[in-house]
Write a new protein. Structure first.
Length: 434
């Protein structure tokens, strides 16, 4: 097993500070400057006010924590809550001086266990784990979060670095995290993947969270001279050496190619649980309160998914599931796979982001057509903040119009550019999705 990285003092974060305007998020890139990923202690300025991103490891929230987030959105921001592609929550329209009070509220709710690590707690997890016959990975989630918060070295991880905990179905393994743990049947073993390498390493279930942390710390060693924020940013030779270094120290190698396309939970019932997706990831205060009240009625927990959905683990009695889903649907949430909103996503767009060339959320809504087809994601600029992974239709606003292309993992088909005529644009997107 790899040795722990020596402790080093993390850079202090200033509650209430506001970083330069960047529209709210940044794509992965080498370390050409400071890490600009939003947090809760260093707010980022957008055109609609300051922005805070609250890390929710595994997307798991108690109903009391959900109430605290709603209170924070109402007290300091515009009242709405935005789900991210990592199962986190963004608060927008914040006052620039609210950082200290916001941090205090989140700390009291147990959402900020370590000020030094608040942006390093990026952990996604299979949202249906333990609910539909798949293994539970809750112990991994709890232990990995504790280990990250106890590691001074981990505090220096970029806010872009991502851990994934997969229950074996391949859903979050497909997201291309920097360090992934995969449950492997009932045999008491787990698989450790570094970046997107096809070779994984078998470790014991008990040692899996520590192996994940030590792999992240080893990445920090490798990144010192490369300027990389994430494993994929490392030069090819450095990345290969990193995998070679971690592998023998972890366990035997196993060939297991990473799934290229994630399959999110379909909205509707799943065993004892129910799932609802959120159109464009944006929840009004009333919708968030309804979800929280439903979760309080059935089990007291909710899970946010990396596909901007919400799982209420329950147990929800079968006769009550249809009733609960009907109520959620009436509020505007997606509760069945045949919704025309299924698979439709967009960045925040104009006017919230200074870099966006268009109000892509309004355009996405205007172009919603018959249900079915490939996922589609609308981006107001070339950065494509929050875009999906796997196979999808990429719509990007450019000065010349909307560029539409079919993405298959790392491959992109030749694009088609459509002018700003709404009818033509909607037709072109529908044709591409089909």
């Amino acid at each position: 097993m790899l040795a722990a990285m020596p402790d080093s003092a993390p850079s202090p974060l200033s509650a209430g500070g506001v970083s330069p305007r960047d529209g709210g998020a940044a794509g992965a890139s080498p370390r050409s400057g400071g890490d600009a990923c939003p947090g809760t202690l260093r707010l980022h300025r957008a055109d609609d006010g300051a922005l805070a991103r609250v890390r929710i490891p595994g997307g798991v929230l108690s109903v009391d924590q959900a109430e605290a987030l709603l209170t924070a959105a109402a007290r300091f921001g515009d009242g709405e809550l935005h789900l991210t592609s990592r199962g986190n929550v963004q608060l927008r329209g914040l006052g620039t001086e609210c950082g200290g009070e916001l941090a205090g509220l989140l700390t009291d709710a147990g959402l900020l266990p370590s000020a030094a690590h608040e942006r390093a707690r990026n952990i996604v997890a299979s949202p249906l784990a333990g609910l539909d016959g798949s293994p539970s990975i809750r112990s991994w989630l709890t232990e990995l979060d504790r280990l990250v918060c106890d590691s001074a070295a981990a505090a220096t991880l970029s806010g872009r670095f991502l851990f994934a905990l997969d229950d074996g179905r391949g859903d979050v393994d497909a997201l291309g995290a920097d360090v992934t743990l995969i449950a492997e049947g009932p045999a008491g073993a787990a698989l450790l993947r570094i970046g997107t390498a096809d070779e994984v390493f078998r470790v014991t279930v008990a040692e899996a969270p520590r192996a994940a942390l030590l792999a992240a710390e080893e990445f920090l060693r490798a990144a010192r001279n490369s300027g990389a924020w994430r494993v994929k940013d490392l030069p090819d030779d450095v990345r290969a050496e990193l995998v070679t270094t971690i592998g023998p120290a972890s366990g035997p190698a196993v060939h297991r190619p990473r799934p290229r396309t994630a399959t999110p939970p379909a909205p509707g019932p799943h065993g004892p649980a129910i799932t609802a997706d959120v159109p464009l990831g944006r929840l009004t205060p009333a919708q968030w309160q309804l979800v929280t009240d439903t979760a309080r009625r059935y089990g007291g927990e909710l899970r946010l998914t990396p596909w901007r959905g919400i799982v209420i683990p329950g147990p929800v009695p079968r006769p009550k599931a249809a009733e609960a889903l009907h109520t959620l649907a009436e509020s505007g949430l997606i509760t069945a796979p045949d919704s025309p909103w299924t698979g439709v996503g967009a960045c925040i767009g104009h006017p919230g982001c200074a870099k966006s060339l268009s109000d892509v959320r309004a355009e996405a809504g205007a172009a919603v057509g018959p249900p079915g087809g490939l996922p589609v994601y609308w981006s107001g600029c070339e950065r494509r903040c929050g875009h999906p992974h796997g196979e999808w239709i990429d719509v990007v606003v450019t000065p010349d119009g909307h560029r539409i292309s079919h993405v298959r993992g790392e491959r992109r088909d030749p694009p088609t550019t459509v002018g700003n005529d709404p009818a033509r644009l909607a037709a072109a997107v529908a044709e591409a999705r089909a």
